[in-house]
Design a protein around this ligand. Structure first.
Ligand SMILES: [Fe+2]
Length: 246
């Protein structure tokens, strides 16, 4: 299986368009999205239209922003800008996109050797930043490869057969060969709002046969996305964060 893995698109249609261009000639037989299709950004319908109509079979789960934008919850734990954007999104969704968002499954979901979750397998709001967090996640499941999002940081944690754990942030584009005796916890980074001080959209391609995960970064029209946010009347901090990505 070869899967395109995206996460945290955050209603950024320009970033998603750049990702789609980049993968146009690449072969994959699954599309994985680890949640947060919307929220923060001003282009939720464009992003959802693209993701809904992807031709490859889809493995999609919801994220915490999707939950609030879909009306499942009212965003009480959110900061002002995040809540404002989620409620704005709720008011601007087309009917098909609202239904799509409402029906997105809550993670974790399992497929082959993969486990997909937004934050961590049993808490979509949990942030997995470091090796201690990663160890907790490995303890929660016996899945060999766990894909997650939520932190907006591309990273790979590996645990060997002796339980030794190592984590590495992924800088720029790289291909990682996976060891069949190891377990992995992999975050593809964020398409729509990276937080590693690199504004380029981040995503990955996972190949279960070749046992590789390839990380990509691609440039997109950040200014156009920022203009759309400001023009929509969303909090300007959300535009600012795209170029000061932390
Ligand atoms: Fe997110």
């Amino acid at each position: 299986m070869r899967a395109l893995v995206v996460s945290d698109l955050h209603a950024n249609a320009e970033a998603l368009k750049a990702v789609m261009n980049r993968i146009r000639r690449k072969k994959f037989d699954k599309v994985v999205c680890l949640g947060d299709f919307v929220g923060y950004g001003a282009q939720p319908n464009q992003v959802l239209d693209t993701m809904r109509t992807m031709k490859a079979p889809k493995l999609y789960i919801r994220g915490n922003h999707d939950r609030v934008a879909a009306g499942v919850e009212d965003g009480e734990g959110f900061n002002h800008a995040a809540k404002f954007a989620a409620l704005w999104t709720r008011d601007h969704l087309s009917a098909p996109n609202r239904h799509f968002l409402q029906r997105l499954p809550l993670g974790p979901i399992r497929f082959d050797s993969l486990l997909l979750c937004h934050g961590s397998p049993y808490d979509e709001d949990e942030y997995v930043f470091n090796e201690a967090h990663a160890r907790n996640v490995f303890d929660m499941t016996d899945a060999r490869v766990i894909l997650y999002g939520h932190t907006h940081l591309p990273v790979i944690f590996a645990m060997d057969s002796h339980g030794r754990l190592r984590g590495a942030s992924v800088r720029g584009e790289t291909i990682v060969r996976l060891d069949k005796d190891h377990r992995y916890l992999i975050n593809p980074g964020s398409v729509g709002q990276p937080r590693d001080r690199n504004p380029q959209a981040s995503f990955a391609m996972y190949d279960s046969k070749k046992m590789t995960v390839q990380f990509f970064r691609c440039t997109y029209d950040v200014e156009k996305t920022q203009m759309a946010i400001v023009r929509a009347g969303l909090p300007p901090i959300l535009a600012h964060r795209l170029t000061h990505g932390t």
